[in-house]
Design a protein around this ligand. Structure first.
Ligand code: TRP
Length: 333
């Protein structure tokens, strides 16, 4: 089709905070992949509307997430970076895909069931349609690879089913995407409960560290982190707290687990926790500093977002055009 490079795409909802878990598990890999793929990274602001948002905070948070993408080193010259709501093709394709998705399929989605149980007073149509919008996000760009966490795998499967269903009827319209499970990057757990994943929307403020968090706050949270009985800094299954801190430490410093274990022989947990905090503070310093500059420069952020949306629309509108034509809608011109 119109692409020379393989396409990689991912979105993040502007809710909660971007955590060091997002950074280690996702963004670090993205930075490497920017050169090998046409990468598309967007802020999934329309998805976030499926639960109630405070409009003032929502706007601020969406802009903040966008600035964090840039602060990480995602490069608008190499990648396409934009807000989902700036590219109307997302919802245009969604409508077409809605007509190729069965209600039963949508109702079977685990996330729909979980969110319906959590927001019993607001089980809106958007909540059920959420995975179809996600399918549209992905299929718009003829995406080859979608880096997804385990919680989004089912949505990716549905995307593939919809694409295959459509292609069976209309020929090769969509690239059928694959999930991308990064080979490296540890799974980072909550500091308050090391048996649960570090979540970007954990209500406990001590559970997660934001990538733009102030040093003293990072230090405080690590000092409070839940650890295990015993006093040896060792990576093992019966020490989920210490193992998690070791993973964070090694990801931030580039050391191996055994090098780190060696380094902390004879040190108490308290000392170890401070060293982990220091490593995180140092590693994130450039991100924090770059972010502080960017978030003040609204004009720059707006311009980057505008150019990103233009590039996205160029590709996305071709897909929508093709789909509408296949469906037999009368052409505009
Ligand atoms: N649903 C994803 C999440 O909550 C965010 C998302 C929206 C996404 N559209 C996407 C991820 C397309 C990958 C591809 O994590």
């Amino acid at each position: 089709m119109f692409k020379e490079q393989k396409v990689l795409l991912s979105g993040i909802q502007p809710t909660g905070i971007m955590t060091i878990g997002n950074y280690i598990g996702a963004v670090k890999n993205w930075l490497k992949l920017q050169d090998d793929y046409l990468s598309v990274y967007f802020i999934a602001d329309l998805h976030a509307l499926t639960v109630r948002q405070n409009p003032t905070e929502f706007k601020q948070r969406a802009l903040s997430f966008f600035a964090q993408y840039l602060a990480f080193g995602l490069d608008p010259e190499k990648s396409i970076l934009y807000f989902q709501s700036h590219v109307p093709e997302h919802t245009q394709l969604q409508w077409a895909l809605n007509c190729f998705t069965y209600v039963g399929e949508a109702q079977r989605m685990t996330q729909f069931k979980d969110k319906s149980a959590k927001h019993t007073d607001n089980i809106n149509m958007g909540l059920m349609d959420y995975p179809v919008l996600m399918a549209a996000d992905i299929l718009l760009f003829q995406t080859d690879l979608v880096p997804v966490g385990i919680d989004q795998k089912q949505h990716l499967e549905l995307t593939r089913d919809i694409a295959i269903r459509f292609n069976n009827q209309f020929g090769d319209v969509f690239t059928v995407p694959d999930g991308y499970i990064p080979k490296t990057g540890a799974k980072i757990m909550s500091l308050a409960d090391p048996t649960a994943k570090m979540s970007k929307s954990d209500p406990d403020p001590n559970a997660a560290i934001s990538v733009i968090e102030e040093p003293d706050s990072i230090m405080r949270k690590f000092k409070r982190a839940v650890t295990d009985s015993g006093n040896e800094v060792k990576f093992s299954e019966d020490k989920p707290g210490i193992s998690n801190l070791l993973s964070i430490y090694t990801e931030m410093t580039g050391k191996t687990i055994s090098e780190a274990e060696e380094e902390f022989v004879g040190h108490g947990y308290g000392d170890f926790k401070s060293k982990v905090a220091e490593a995180v503070i140092e590693r994130l310093r450039p991100v924090r500093e770059e972010y502080a500059k960017l978030i003040k420069d609204k004009a720059y952020l707006t311009e980057v977002a505008k150019q990103g949306a233009e590039k996205a629309r160029y590709i996305a509108s071709r897909t929508v055009g093709k789909v509408y034509k296949k469906l037999g809608l009368v052409a505009k011109e």
